[in-house]
Design a protein around this ligand. Structure first.
Ligand SMILES: Nc1ncnc2c1ncn2[C@@H]1O[C@H](COP(=O)(O)OP(=O)(O)OP(=O)(O)O)[C@@H](O)[C@H]1O
Ligand SMILES: [Mg+2]
Length: 478
């Protein structure tokens, strides 16, 4: 199967040649011919398998064919995405794919100047990629209208149809022509959201390359059971090993449940002289861009993120994803670990699971229909963890962060896992450490452990972790 047989134009094929794509991925092979016919589509395929090109390439050709010019303050194709970073990335891909098709592409999302947005759309654009909140601002200020949208795309469709966005989405859809092509794409699609999706689609074709919520194929997954208060020490050990001579870490994305938690991890790592950046919704736009930029360029190889970075973000060379906290929404796990093992590459995903996160783990295993392999704590874990903790204590900022962590743990509430998509904090507490293990990180697989010296029994501290808000990254209001 080649791109030539799918019915794409020469201009698009030329752009693909420049990108050195030789073969369409399964979602591209299945979706492109359907989309070229102008049908609505619900496309489900694993993370990192090229869904962006699956919706952009045929859309570029359809826009070219219809030979219309965008009217002032309007767009012909509207792509909605849940976060600024993803919107920006999709626009960049659209520019690459339409390089020889001469499409104008603009982005509209919060954290940037609305005046600049206004200027960007003033003369009309072919492709507009937006987050819903800023898009609505622009429309309400009469700088943009959606009367001539020919194609609507919801990337990460299940999230766009979920509580955080559905209201804005309905508002936007009311402004669109009813005669349009509508495309929904995601790696996950919970049943309830699927039913809702049908209300926005007209006689849609459905393409599901693999069962919904299948994890990326070439990602090795592990879980280590660890007491919540010991997670920072385990992380430090793992990173030291993974970036050491025997390790195989290259770029590591670490997910924290909360924004404060992400900042705490950065400080705790700094105390052990491990540089890392954080990206989350409390950071300014320039800080967010810098953190992601430095991670992409490899200047800072460790990025601590909330779920803001869980979906869609495409950074090549992410060797490991570490779930410092497990997400309470199982679909988020699929997206988070999908930041590695993209475009045919391999990757490793390691989850830290405290006692009261076990229900989340079960939920994840049920959704993905996989059992995650248990990786024991390293043999020398208790000694090493003590050393690391005393290092942290010697470092004032990190000590303060650690103290806060401990205070949270003391006051943290035991909670059952929050309901799916609840925006409420879900607590996590730690019980007796149960598992054995070694610090992960060795993709090549060294001896028994994916990482290091494994074998010893985990510590038996009791502790509690902070209440933690899930979902902050799922919702980008502006
Ligand atoms: N046919 C192809 N050949 C080679 N590389 C490709 C091909 N299609 C896409 N890619 C590359 O694969 C990577 C992943 O693509 P993309 O971000 O579209 O994945 P996705 O399916 O949208 O993943 P996610 O579910 O995480 O959003 C990108 O770097 C993209 O350039
Ligand atoms: Mg995507």
């Amino acid at each position: 199967m080649s791109f030539e047989t799918l019915g794409l134009s020469q201009s698009v094929l030329q752009a693909l040649a420049l990108k050195e794509y030789t073969q369409p991925s399964p979602i591209q092979a299945q979706a492109i011919p359907i989309l070229l016919q102008g049908r609505d589509l619900l496309g489900i395929a694993q993370t990192g398998t090229g869904k962006t090109a699956a919706f952009m390439l045929p859309s570029i050709d359809r826009l070219t064919e219809s030979k219309k010019r965008p009217a002032p303050r309007s767009c012909r194709m509207l792509v909605l995405a849940p976060t600024r970073e993803l919107a920006s990335q999709i626009a960049e891909s659209a520019r690459g794919y339409s390089r020889f098709s001469h499409m104008s592409v603009a982005t509209v999302f919060g954290g940037t100047s609305i005046n600049k947005n206004r200027q960007d759309v003033q003369r009309g654009v072919d492709v507009l990629v937006a987050t819903p909140g800023r898009l609505i601002d622009l429309i309400e200020q009469r700088h943009l209208n959606l009367d001539s949208v020919e194609i609507l795309v919801l990337d990460e469709a299940d999230q766009m149809l979920d509580l955080g966005f559905i209201h804005a989405l309905k508002q936007i859809v009311r402004l669109l022509p009813t005669k349009r092509q509508t495309l929904f794409f995601s790696a996950t699609m919970p049943k309830t959201i699927r039913d809702l999706a049908d209300k926005f689609l007209t006689d849609p074709a459905q393409v599901a390359v693999t069962p919904v919520a299948s994890t990326a194929e070439r990602v090795d997954q592990f879980v280590t059971f660890v007491n919540q208060p010991e997670k920072p020490a385990l992380l430090t050990m793992m990173l030291r090993y993974g970036f050491g001579p025997q390790g195989s870490m290259d770029r590591v994305l670490i997910f924290s449940r909360t924004k404060h938690g992400a900042d705490r991890i950065v400080k705790q790592l700094a105390a052990s002289a491990i540089p890392a950046n954080a990206i989350h919704g409390n950071k300014s736009q320039p800080q967010r861009e810098r953190a992601l930029g430095e991670f992409k360029s490899g200047k800072v190889k460790i990025l601590i993120a909330t779920d803001i970075a869980a979906r869609g973000i495409d950074v090549s060379g992410v060797s490991h994803v570490i779930n410092f906290d497990l997400p309470n929404v199982p679909e988020q796990y699929v997206h988070r670990i999908g930041r590695t093992a993209r475009a045919g590459a391999a990757g490793v995903a390691i989850a830290f699971c405290a006692e009261d996160e076990r229900a989340y783990l079960k939920g994840i295993e049920k959704l993905t229909k996989q059992k995650i392999a248990i990786e024991a704590l390293p043999e020398n874990f208790n000694n090493e963890a003590n050393k690391i903790r005393s290092q942290v204590k010697a470092h004032p900022e990190a000590a303060a962060a650690q103290e806060r962590e401990e205070r949270y743990q003391e006051t943290g509430r035991h909670q059952r896992p929050a309901k799916r998509f609840s925006a409420k904090p879900a607590g996590a507490s730690a019980g007796p450490g149960a598992a054995r293990g070694g610090p992960g990180g060795n993709r090549g697989g060294q001896g028994a452990g994916r990482g290091g010296p494994g074998g010893g029994r985990g510590g038996r501290n009791a502790g509690r972790s902070q209440g933690a808000g899930q979902g902050q990254g799922r919702r980008e209001a502006r």
